[in-house]
Ligand binder design. Sequence first.
Ligand code: SIN
Length: 285
Amino acid sequence: MSYTTFEARPLSGYIGAYITGANLKDEHNARMWDELNQAILEYKVIAIRGQRLSPGEHMAAVKHFGAPCFYPFAKGLADFPQMTPIIKESHEREAFGNDWHSDTPYLAEPPAYTTLYAIDTPLRGGDTLYCNTQAAYEELSPGAKKLINGVIGVFSAGLKHGRGGDRAAHFSKITTMPVTNSEHADRYESKHPIVRTHPQTGKKALYVSALHTLRLDEMTERESRPLINMLNDHQITPEFCCRVQWEPGQLTIWDNRCTMHHAVNDYHGNRREMLRLTARPEKPT
Ligand code: SIN
């Protein structure tokens, strides 16, 4: 699709585009907001470059995609409590989001969209990887699709299978970001279909990760894990992925209903600061 209010440069065969020429302060440019919504549907993750947004302008821009959501495990800004800083200082080793996931699937109504605005970026490294979980579903065999359609997953915030240990252990090593509430993470649990249908396109996508899907409903963790791990690994096949590089003033928006992402932690000794805001709570079906 071609756009009249900005240029879109695809990042890979299946997912992602850099957007240039859009001005997110242009509140009344209905055509641009409509085209940006179209571009998210087409590319699933769009990295809009060349912005200079205050938190208030970021908030105003995101309202064009849906109502803002709260993140339960980080303290928000005083004026905009739904907006959370994502910071890794140069002396820190642990990074937030450093494992494949879709955002907060342990909520009853996870956000359709996440937006991340870059304030300070390392000179190199600190990219974010994304995968297209719709393409991953489509590429499964008919037998695998039949096996998983209708299966319900139990999603937990506990990070029981995270690389950095459970949420309390992982967050205890994130020292400058205002993380909070991690001792109550196990209380955040929801059930959702592991194959979900996108409400705007009608297309099916995998909705399952080794990080957040604790088990499959009516099955033990031990019984569930091989299938969860296989589906997790299938989704992150390089052909379904793209890599977004950051620069200050870039606002990246992704659709959590048909993607997963992974923050690459390869910039020790450098600082990275982002502002994160999710939007449009929606029950997966
Ligand atoms: C996140 O997982 O929401 C943050 C990703 C990033 O910092 O690149």
